[in-house]
Design a protein around this ligand. Structure first.
Ligand code: ZN
Length: 313
């Protein structure tokens, strides 16, 4: 029988909300501004509004809800109830009893999880890694996020603090990263890094005359622009080294690559596969498939709902 849950995907700019069925259907969805620069209370208010909109829809359709899953930036306590901190893009988002606040207001059982983990779970339950038990999910955007499933369960490290793939080292004498380390994958292979590198190579310092985004760099690459070609080659090389390291560690069945740039086209994944094959140990990655994410920006809501639906399996 079909079961339903509410999935919330909280980010630095928006709160996405959806009613998700255990089959992977998403009969209702929408989004609100997150008010992330205002205050934690303002953000909580928007989360509750999203939950409320979903609850009203479920009532009007006669659907029974299993509960609410919330994906949030930062570190969530191991019991899935409290945001401990580490979400730089939301003001005051520390020690927030997120699950408790939603339960009090809406009377629905609630669980929270890290946003990249929720995307990984979404792609595993409903998307590009459906049917796989051992999965590495990588999302490439302004930063690099990651989620790992081992034997069908999210692996998060002791007290949920691990899996920061964006901060594995790809250059041990490299540049400083925002995390305090040097030479991190995120600093060299994120979309922001790609843009920064393109601007430097094309003789601009990243000022007003270099107002481009990742899509633009991909466009220039296809046109054969030398700076874009070099920036993309470097991007693939660094990202491939990061992914190959994850393959050597986890030997996943599937590596799923998400984020806007993964939708650039087949050539993007093919170049990445070539680089990964050169660097990985074939004994570890011989059975690993590298594929593009399929859920796009629905992955977060679907995984968050899946956190509730999956617990009941
Ligand atoms: Zn770092």
């Amino acid at each position: 029988m079909e079961r339903y849950a509410i999935g919330i995907d909280l980010g630095g700019t928006s709160v996405k909300y959806a009613v998700v069925a255990s089959s992977g259907e998403m009969p209702f969805s929408g989004q609100l501004p997150a008010f992330a620069q205002e205050s934690a209370e303002a953000v909580l208010g928007q989360v509750l509004k999203g939950v409320e909109a979903c609850r009203e829809y479920a009532v009007s359709e006669g659907l029974t809800l299993a509960g609410v899953g919330v994906g949030t930036p930062g570190v969530v306590s191991a019991d899935g109830r409290t945001v401990l901190g580490g979400a730089e893009n939301i003001a005051g988002w520390e020690n927030i009893p997120l699950a408790g606040r939603v339960e009090e207001a809406e009377g629905l059982k609630t669980l929270a999880g890290n946003d990249a983990n929720m995307m990984a779970l979404g792609e595993t339950l409903f998307g590009a890694a459906k049917g796989a038990t051992d999965v590495v999910f990588v999302t490439v955007g302004t930063g690099i996020g990651c989620g790992v499933l081992i034997d069908g369960r999210l692996y998060r490290g002791y007290r949920n603090r691990g899996m920061e793939m964006g901060h594995i080292t790809v250059k041990c004498d490299g540049e400083a990263c925002a995390c305090g380390g040097v030479g991190c994958l995120e600093h060299y292979a994120s979309t922001s890094a790609l843009v920064r590198r393109f601007c430097a190579l094309s003789g601009s310092d990243g000022g007003a005359e270099c107002d481009v985004d990742g899509k633009d760099v991909v466009f220039f690459y296809k046109e054969g622009n030398p700076a874009a070609v070099q920036a993309m080659e470097e991007h693939w090389n660094y990202l491939a080294h990061g992914i190959a390291s994850m393959i050597n560690l986890f030997a996943p069945q599937r590596v799923v690559v998400g984020g806007g740039i993964s939708e650039a086209g087949d050539f993007y994944l093919e170049k990445l596969r070539e680089g990964v094959r050169r660097q990985m140990m074939s004994v570890c990655g011989g059975d690993t498939e590298l594929v593009a994410a399929t859920l796009g920006n629905r992955a977060g809501c679907m995984g968050a709902a899946g956190l509730v639906l999956d617990k009941m399996r």
